[in-house]
Design a protein around this ligand. Structure first.
Ligand SMILES: *Cc1c(COP(=O)(O)O)cnc(C)c1O
Length: 372
């Protein structure tokens, strides 16, 4: 059997006619950057997340960067985030001349450990960016509680968590801004790069709309130094169509997660495999189904040999990256993140997987631990 980590062709097949016809309309209209197609999708995203405003941009990385810009983060400021994330979270902070200050994660959810947050706050802390890693929200009640007392805005890195919720409130309205990515491998993936920022704050929404077009509200008049970061009409129509199916796909991912749990238990693998933990207040959308395993790299090689695609999100925490040597962290600075980096393995979880395929993945993992 051959089971890729993600099969976008399987997702595209039933939507082919609908998407191609929308793309044809854009070809006929010849309007490509921002414009009514993007506005329509922004409105749909606002409705979907429950936010008052949604502002399209060029990527999830830019959604983070623009959020920090709109909040006035710059040189000499500190922004707190986690070391166990995709690089973009930390990169956006550094791009603005601010300093990423890391706080370790919880071992079960892989998300920011709110018990360690307060001690990382200094008078220079200008924002906090919790990451909703793998599709499950960070503990926003605790994080917002601490941040509010100190009047520090919280930016959600919801790039992996579109449709996720905490206490029935969707990611994107759990902080000052919510940052989304439409990179093809996300739960709502475009045909290229794309991103979105959600907010309930009108002043922030205004700034974000200005900053994404070089700080201009009136053409050729610039009131701030912004960037060029816009969503295009082709992405918007594709994403707008796919948004209709997003909840159904999330249900498929959730069903597969339940199935994996049954199969791992039946196979007696729980000595070797730690399954994803879901906090009771969270609605998890499983952008990744990430387990912890013993002898991870050997298992991964074995799965590859047997046709099962996996990935390691993420093999090296931010504080140990070469580009962050100057921050002065060392091995041992964030032991929970470091251990996660050595043990995690993400398995195929996309909605179109069949029970047979899920069974094959688990059976192959069982074979690996039986034979060695
Ligand atoms: C994908 C991702 C980003 C960046 O999104 P891009 O659209 O690829 O720029 C940021 N943070 C996290 C946690 C992500 O998974």
């Amino acid at each position: 059997m051959n089971i890729p980590l993600l099969d976008l062709k399987a997702q595209f097949k039933p939507l082919r006619a609908e998407i191609l016809s929308a793309i044809e309309s854009i070809c006929d209209e010849q309007g490509f950057v921002l414009g009514p197609r993007v506005v329509a999708f922004e409105e749909a995203m606002a409705r979907y997340t429950g936010a008052r405003y949604a502002i399209g941009c060029a990527s999830g990385s830019d959604a983070l960067l623009l959020s920090l810009m709109a909040l006035g983060v710059g040189h000499g400021d500190e922004v707190i985030t986690v070391p166990f994330t995709f690089f973009a979270t930390a990169g956006a902070i550094s791009r603005l001349g601010a300093k990423p200050v890391f706080v370790d994660i919880q071992p079960d959810t892989f998300n920011l450990d709110s018990a360690r947050l307060e001690q990382a706050i200094t008078p220079r802390t200008k924002a906090i960016i919790p990451v909703h890693l793998f599709g499950q929200c960070a503990d926003m009640a605790a994080i917002n509680g601490i941040a509010k007392g100190k009047k520090i805005p919280v930016i959600e890195d919801a790039c992996q968590a579109i449709g996720a919720a905490q206490n029935d409130v969707r990611a994107g309205v759990l902080g000052a801004t919510g940052c989304f990515s439409f990179f093809p491998s996300k739960n709502l993936g475009g045909f290229g790069d794309g991103g979105m920022i959600t907010t309930n704050d009108q002043a922030l929404a205004d700034s974000l709309s200005m900053l994404r077009v070089h700080g201009s509200r009136v053409r050729y008049l610039h009131e701030a130094i912004g960037i060029n970061s816009r969503l295009d009409a082709l992405q918007a129509v594709v994403l707008h169509i796919k948004l209709k199916y997003l909840d159904q796909w999330a249900e498929g991912r959730r069903r597969n997660a339940v199935r994996y749990e049954q199969l791992f238990k039946q196979a007696g693998l729980l000595d070797h495999v730690t399954l994803p933990a879901v906090h009771p207040s969270n609605f998890h959308v499983y952008n990744q189904y990430t387990i912890r395993v013993s002898r991870r790299d050997d298992l991964r090689a074995y799965l590859k040999e047997k046709g099962v695609g996996t990935e390691i999100y993420y093999p090296l925490p931010m504080h140990l990256q070469n580009c962050y040597k100057s921050l002065g962290y060392q091995k041992g600075s964030f032991p929970v993140s470091e251990q996660a980096a050595e043990q995690v393995l993400s398995l195929p979880i996309y909605a179109e997987l069949s029970d047979d395929q899920l069974g094959y993945v688990v059976e192959t993992i069982a074979q690996f631990y039986r034979r060695s």
